[in-house]
Design a protein around this ligand. Structure first.
Ligand code: HEC
Ligand code: HEC
Ligand code: HEC
Ligand code: HEC
Ligand code: HEC
Length: 197
């Protein structure tokens, strides 16, 4: 029986000293910064966060005032519709007054999200940057506001066909090459556009 009482006393003593130590630390009378044992700075913390200047707006605001409605409409239904404008462009609250804004995540940083990483969910689209068309920038093939592979050619094609005779200057708008295609030649088309099988 005595051995149980002794063990109980030791345990009680340990609990008591823990509670005393804890309350001294919480009151700020004792601290061991090297073990991260210091009083919580709850009030000053709240004040500190509340004092942070507001910097971010939101994606619908970018569309507002007829500024970027066109880009918004393309973006919102795209695969990037879940990636807020400001993720790539940086804080934009002040952008209404000061029109100075840039692309914070440019074509070189697409890999921040899309590089193949073992820990990423398998169903998240990822590529090995070294092996995936590394000779040119991501945005020459994928549009930041509407990513996805270059459209598949919906008709039969033959080697050496004159694509631009139908898709070049003078083509109806729904068939014309996009503006960023200026300078691309017939020889290059099939390196990006696959023919339907
Ligand atoms: C995945 C990153 C990303 C997201 C999300 C994104 N952008 Fe962009 N944006 C870019 C990049 C990169 C460029 C540079 C042009 C290019 O390569 O397409 C750009 C260019 C622009 C431009 C200038 C060129 C142009 O196309 O007129 C505007 C304006 C713009 N973005 C607005 C927006 C708005 C508004 C949204 C949200 C609705 C948005 N962006 C979402 C990456 C992004
Ligand atoms: C902040 C993270 C983030 C950044 C930065 C980003 N993306 Fe994405 N991207 C996403 C998400 C999220 C999706 C949708 C994934 C899904 O549907 O499961 C996506 C989808 C895509 C897809 C579609 C893949 C498919 O086949 O469905 C492509 C291509 C793509 N992004 C290319 C780019 C390019 C090019 C850039 C750089 C301009 C870029 N991304 C920057 C998060 C990002
Ligand atoms: C020369 C054109 C080209 C370039 C440059 C390019 N891609 Fe792609 N990308 C494609 C094509 C075509 C596909 C679809 C077939 C494939 O995976 O090869 C694709 C597919 C993807 C996918 C979807 C993969 C999946 O599993 O669904 C992602 C994400 C992607 N690319 C991101 C990028 C990023 C990030 C860069 C820049 C580091 C980049 N791409 C550069 C043509 C390109
Ligand atoms: C004789 C005229 C003609 C030639 C030559 C031609 N195309 Fe087309 N192409 C069309 C027409 C018309 C459409 C749209 C209707 C359809 O799908 O048949 C189209 C559709 C496409 C699309 C799909 C567009 C979309 O909105 O999804 C792509 C991509 C394309 N062509 C690329 C090419 C490439 C690359 C070549 C050269 C190897 C080529 N075309 C040669 C007439 C042509
Ligand atoms: C470096 C890769 C690349 C090359 C080379 C290229 N394209 Fe494209 N093309 C694209 C991408 C990416 C898009 C989608 C653009 C967008 O979403 O605005 C596109 C869009 C198009 C479209 C519009 C279809 C649509 O879905 O809106 C046509 C037509 C087209 N290309 C034809 C051509 C022809 C013809 C050539 C050769 C003169 C060519 N492309 C060369 C990447 C390429």
């Amino acid at each position: 029986m005595t051995h149980l009482i002794r063990a109980g006393l030791v345990l009680g003593l340990a609990i008591a000293s823990f509670l005393v130590l804890r309350s001294l630390i919480l009151q700020g009378r004792l601290s061991f910064p090297e073990f991260a044992l210091r009083p919580p700075l709850q009030e000053s913390n709240t004040a500190q966060w509340a004092n942070q200047p507001l910097e971010f707006s939101n994606s619908p605001a970018c569309a507002g005032s007829l500024c970027h409605q066109d880009i918004y409409d393309v973006w919102v239904t795209s695969d990037h519709g879940g990636v807020a404008c400001e993720t790539c462009h940086g804080p934009a609250l002040a952008h209404g007054q000061d029109t100075n804004i840039s692309v914070r995540i440019d074509h070189e940083e697409c890999t921040l999200c899309h590089a193949k990483v073992v820990g990423r969910p398998l169903d998240f689209p990822q590529v090995d940057p070294a092996g995936h068309y590394s000779e040119t920038t991501c945005t020459s093939c994928h549009k930041a506001h509407r990513p996805g592979p270059p459209s598949i050619i919906s008709h039969e094609v033959s080697e050496g066909s004159d694509c631009l005779s139908c898709h070049g200057a003078g083509a109806p708008p729904d068939r014309a090459v996009p503006a960023d295609h200026i300078g691309r030649t017939n020889e290059q088309c099939l390196s990006c556009h696959e023919a339907a099988r």
